[in-house]
Design a protein around this ligand. Structure first.
Ligand SMILES: [Zn+2]
Length: 590
């Protein structure tokens, strides 16, 4: 039942009145709470919300929930009358609506008499959002569409210059729909229509005159530094706005979080739960955008209760399931949490078969990696990887989802290296380099194993996480006192923060050479069946390319590059001489 209360006693226009109004309306919640404690009324869905849910309130928009029970309905009616008397506010029963579900539907006339208000129809509005127990139909989006259209008629587009049209499209037109966008996944057809209105306004200026469209709408929607006009991409914005709910669901506590967790998550984590038929419109929207969201977060280990040991990504850039598929296949409890696994020493993991050969060495490798991991006395958290403080922002996600291409002013294009290498780097940044995982996505049938170690080959693995790559980056770290880069993007963003400009330029050239050398070595093993290879050879390949490209640099820049190469080679050889040919630095036979 929805009630709207009218102000009375509180003078309109008084700056204090909204505040006073809120204080008084809070009284209603307190009254209901007390009645509930005394058993005079009871809330709904007690299995989802502690003590059952009774009231949703925001300013003068209120929804009261109750069980199908006449006595309680009479009690509630009395309580509302008492509230009117106490507060001096008036509850407008004629404007309120009654909704009955299940068996209560047969008795809705009686309820209607008790409260003196009519039956409502779906969808009704609460705080401007259409509410329905079913999916919001496309018809319900008409209002948004109409608002778009109305605005477009009012502005005489043809009188405006392109700049002003852009400002209007971005600031007003796009924001018109944001409220609805932040609650529901918007249907394709609706998005298409909204884009149609926006694009018509941009190109045609008004409804009657036709003009040619010079470029694709999608290009206009790309960010300005990528040659677009920065018009808001509504589809992406919708995803980002919904992601905010996911982040808050995991990291915050409250009534709605409790309700969603109990209804949809139960004993699962957000990474485990999947869309199920019958899920609400809101929840199915969250499930659909989940993959995009999870791509950009990582777990921060607390007590390990929420993180699955094998299936979630919490150490390294992939789940253990993907890093050690052989072990995962034979482990007994596949969805065990980190806390259960760490409960005992040795680790609380049981396999269906005894570990031999490759599986045994993989297991030893895994154990060595987790041996230093400490559990903490706090909840596990999701960390937003695009923001330094780990907090989610719609803006950063929007930026990440719209930045598919390397901007043309990107530093890569300014480096003095062969164009072929620049394009290679560009592909790496776009994540489309044909590593084996990308090949597999194109229905290529072959082993996806890395040729340097036994894990799956991905861009991230081959160039950063593989023991071979790690050895090289660590050497760079030791010799040049530079941090180890996290990924390709990191190289051109945060990696060299604080390093002076000249050195930074040389480090970039060096990083390109490193990535290129790793790629060539990998191709040698994969395509030319090169036999035993070592990381030392890869390093000599790196210095070879750096020396070669030094010819393209300014003359005064060459000597430090040459001496840098030498220092790297010397350090690499010393390392090999003292440690011998470590197995992990050797490239396996293919
Ligand atoms: Zn590898």
């Amino acid at each position: 039942m929805a009630i709207t209360s009218r102000r009375k006693g509180v003078r309109q226009g008084d700056p204090l009145s909204p505040l006073l109004f809120n204080i008084i309306v809070d009284m209603l919640a307190i009254l209901i709470c007390r009645a509930k404690e005394n058993g005079q009324i009871s809330g709904v869905v007690p299995h989802l919300v502690d003590d059952g849910h009774s009231v949703l309130q925001h300013a003068d928009d209120t929804i009261i929930f109750m069980e199908n029970n006449f006595d309680q309905a009479v009690n509630m009616n009395l309580l509302l009358c008492a509230f009117e008397q106490l507060s001096g506010l008036e509850i407008n029963f004629h404007k309120s609506q009654l909704f009955c579900f299940g068996e209560a539907k047969n008795q809705q006339c009686i309820y209607s008499q008790i409260f003196g208000c009519g039956m409502g129809t779906f969808p009704f509005r609460y705080l401007g959002i259409p509410m329905h127990f079913r999916r919001i139909k496309n018809d319900n989006w008409k209002e948004v569409e109409e608002r778009f259209q109305k605005k477009l008629c009012a502005w005489k587009g043809k009188m405006l210059s392109v700049e002003w049209r852009l400002v209007l499209i971005n600031s007003v037109l796009s924001n018109l729909s944001m409220y609805m966008f932040s609650f529901f996944e918007v249907p394709r057809e609706v998005l298409k229509k909204l884009d149609f209105y926006r694009s018509r306004f941009f190109w045609q200026c008004d409804e009657h005159k036709k003009k040619y469209r010079l470029t694709k709408w999608s290009i206009l929607c790309s960010p300005k530094d990528q040659g677009g006009l920065g018009i808001l991409n509504l589809d992406v914005q919708n995803k980002c706005l919904l992601s905010k709910w996911l982040f808050r669901l995991i990291n915050e506590d409250g009534v709605w979080q409790q309700l969603l967790r109990r209804k949809y998550l139960r004993h699962k984590t957000i990474t485990q739960v999947e869309y199920m038929p019958g899920d609400s419109h809101f929840w199915s929207g969250l499930m659909n955008i989940k993959p995009d969201f999870l791509r950009l977060v990582r777990f921060q280990l607390g007590n390990g209760a929420q993180i699955r040991f094998w299936e979630d990504t919490w150490l390294g850039n992939m789940s253990f399931k993907r890093q050690y598929p052989g072990l995962y296949n034979i482990v007994r409890k596949k969805s065990a949490s980190v806390s259960t696994v760490f409960r005992s020493n040795p680790l609380n993991v049981a396999f269906r078969r005894s570990l031999v050969d490759n599986n045994l060495s993989q297991w030893q490798q895994l154990v060595a990696r987790v041996v230093d991991v400490q559990l903490h006395d706090r909840d596990d958290r999701f960390i937003w990887s695009l923001h330094q403080n780990g907090m989610f922002t719609v803006r950063s996600m929007y930026r990440a989802l719209t930045t598919n291409e390397v901007p043309h002013h990107h530093v890569i294009w300014k480096l003095k290296i062969p164009l072929k290498i620049k394009v290679f780097m560009w592909y790496l940044l776009k994540g489309v380099t044909l590593t084996k995982d990308n090949l597999a996505r194109r229905r290529w049938k072959g082993s996806v194993r890395c040729c340097f170690c036994n894990l799956d080959e991905t861009i991230q693995h081959l160039f950063f996480d593989c023991p071979n790559a790690k050895f090289i980056w660590r050497l760079v770290q030791v010799v040049f006192n530079l941090p180890m880069p996290l990924n390709v993007n990191d190289i051109f963003t945060n990696w060299l923060n604080g390093v002076n400009k000249k050195l930074r330029y040389q480090a970039w050239v060096g990083a390109c050479a490193t990535l290129w050398a790793i790629w060539l070595s990998r191709n040698d093993v994969v395509f030319n069946k090169a036999q035993v290879f070592s990381s030392l050879q890869v390093i000599f390949r790196v210095t070879h390319w750096i020396r070669f490209w030094a010819l393209l640099q300014k003359e005064e820049g060459r000597p430090p590059i040459m001496s840098g190469c030498l220092a790297l080679e010397v350090a690499a050889m010393e390392c090999f001489a003292s440690n011998g040919w470590l197995f992990s630095n050797r490239i396996a036979h293919v």
